[in-house]
Design a protein around this ligand. Structure first.
Ligand SMILES: [Fe+2]
Ligand SMILES: [Fe+2]
Length: 260
């Protein structure tokens, strides 16, 4: 397989029961510009099955492969399994520590979690609720690592909801930085040489950043793109080389707990 695949990315659609028709302009522009659509979580506003049904109807207009991860809003009503099932019937592949290959490009996805960035990230120390919170972030990073390890494509696209780096949350109130993402997600991106990372969740962050290893990171939260680029369609397209076989990634030699 040679050539390239145009990947359109957007997150934080926050679809409500009243959103029928609201995404048709967006989806039709995506249809003209891309080969694959990736959705970076907060697909629904309250995590309701009825909201997912509206989004499923809206997505009927998108005649290309559709890949998504869930966001925190999709868990609000304890109906995430229903949201996944409804969207699966609408031919949306929901990734959760899993990976798929399409037209010679690999896609790995996980929701991610919070906890903060760099040396100031929350550590698993002290009370049990703190340890449980940090364990959730570590588990998401391990799921991302195992998804990336399965891919044998040269091009590796990563979908997240939470941010893996500080760059793309800059601009948000500093008090909520630790709730917008986790550096624990960054280490697998560098080790497995992701081609590009898309995330959402930080509605008031920055659109572009990169990991310490130079992997481009794009915040594609719809409200952010609408505010920054009022004259453009609010999604990002990245062209990824299509190649089905690549050298196996390096073996996992570090400890199973990702470092900061
Ligand atoms: Fe959101
Ligand atoms: Fe979110």
């Amino acid at each position: 397989m040679t050539g390239s695949v145009r990947v359109a990315a957007v997150g934080d659609l926050h679809c409500t029961k009243g959103s029928l028709g609201a995404f048709q302009t967006l989806f039709s522009r995506i249809g003209e510009s891309a080969d694959v659509l990736v959705l970076c979580g907060d697909l629904t506003d309250r995590g309701l099955a009825d909201e997912a049904r509206v989004l499923a109807k809206e997505l009927q207009a998108v005649k290309m492969p559709k890949i998504a991860v869930l966001g925190n809003h999709d868990f609000e009503s304890d109906a995430a399994a229903d949201v996944v099932e409804i969207l699966a019937h609408a031919e949306v592949t929901i990734l959760d520590g899993t990976a798929v290959e399409l037209s010679g490009v690999g896609f790995a996805g996980v929701k991610g979690f919070a906890g903060g960035f760099g040396e100031r990230a929350l550590q698993a120390w002290g009370e049990e609720p703190i340890k449980t919170f940090v364990r959730a972030a570590v588990d998401e990073a391990l799921k991302l690592e195992s998804a990336l390890a399965r891919l044998r494509t040269l091009g590796r696209v990563v979908l997240l909801h939470y941010a893996p780096v500080l760059d793309t949350v800059d601009g948000e109130p500093r008090e909520i930085y630790p709730f917008l993402g986790s550096s624990r997600l960054e280490e697998p991106l560098n080790r497995y040489a992701a081609s590009v990372v898309f995330h959402g969740h930080a509605h008031r962050g920055q659109p572009e950043g990169k990991t310490a290893g130079g992997v481009p990171v794009y915040n594609v939260a719809l409200p952010l793109l609408q505010r920054l680029y009022p004259d453009r369609s609010p999604f990002r397209v990245v062209e990824i080389p299509a190649q089905s076989t690549a050298p196996a990634p390096p073996p996992v030699t570090a400890s199973r707990e990702p470092t900061q």
